[in-house]
Design a protein around this ligand. Structure first.
Ligand code: PRP
Length: 210
């Protein structure tokens, strides 16, 4: 099977998780991005590319639930995993009330989630998309606020920013290619079952019905 694991902050825990589930491919410190052993393969793209690699080149991926939601790619999501816990929040230099945001500009790496969140509140604020270091946006004045990941809260505090509102809880999730799920039905369901047992109560559903 082909596994898609994000480089970056979820990588080590994802590899450990696969190892516990019986996929013990050794990932060395080289700059290689694909590792193969027997019939298994691990692909290591950038975190935000995991959904698209799972859709076009993989069978099973691990990514943040925010990355999956932002991607708008149709994958099966059978398991919520017990790591990568953080939240996506609306953050600003001062304590705005939500209604103020109709007239403010927001910078984010998550434009789709942000737009949907404000649409559900009947607002359509100006949203600009950045690729990282979002804390710079209010400081430089290119945006009034940001929608960003908060894990420890350290980055926010160091940059004199306040969490105005949590938008969603995030955790790592398992994502499955929908075609693979059909043609490798037993293999994939067995893996999900095993992974689900390792993961305690993180199970979303046991087996795909389609
Ligand atoms: C994320 C996020 C914040 C930081 C939050 O950035 O965008 O900057 O982590 O973590 P904390 O609450 O534990 O301080 P990341 O490290 O992924 O880098 P990036 O800004 O370059 O995307």
């Amino acid at each position: 099977m082909k596994f898609v694991i994000p480089k970056g902050r979820l990588m080590d825990e994802s590899i450990q998780f696969l190892k516990r589930a019986g996929i013990g491919i050794v990932i060395d410190d080289s700059r290689k991005l694909i590792f193969r052993e027997g019939n298994n393969e691990i692909i290591l793209p950038r975190a935000r590319d995991v959904p698209v690699y799972t859709e076009y080149a993989g069978d099973i991926g691990i990514c943040g639930s925010d990355t999956f939601a932002e991607s708008q790619i149709a994958l099966f999501t059978p398991l919520s995993l017990n790591f990568g816990k953080c939240r996506l929040s609306l953050i600003a230099p001062k304590r705005y009330s939500i209604s103020d945001f109709a007239d403010l500009r927001i910078a984010t790496k998550h434009p789709n989630i942000t737009r949907k969140y404000f649409w559900t509140l009947g607002m359509d604020p100006d949203i600009i998309t950045l690729n990282g270091s979002l804390e710079l946006a209010p400081e430089t004045g290119i945006a009034d606020a940001i929608v960003d990941i908060v894990q420890t809260g350290e980055t926010m505090r160091k940059n004199n920013l306040i969490e105005v509102k949590k938008i969603m809880d995030i955790s790592a999730i398992m994502v499955i290619n929908r075609v693979s799920q059909k043609i490798k039905y037993d293999e994939i369901n067995n893996f999900i079952e095993k992974a689900g047992e390792l993961n305690g109560n993180g199970r979303i559903c046991k087996k795909y019905i389609e």
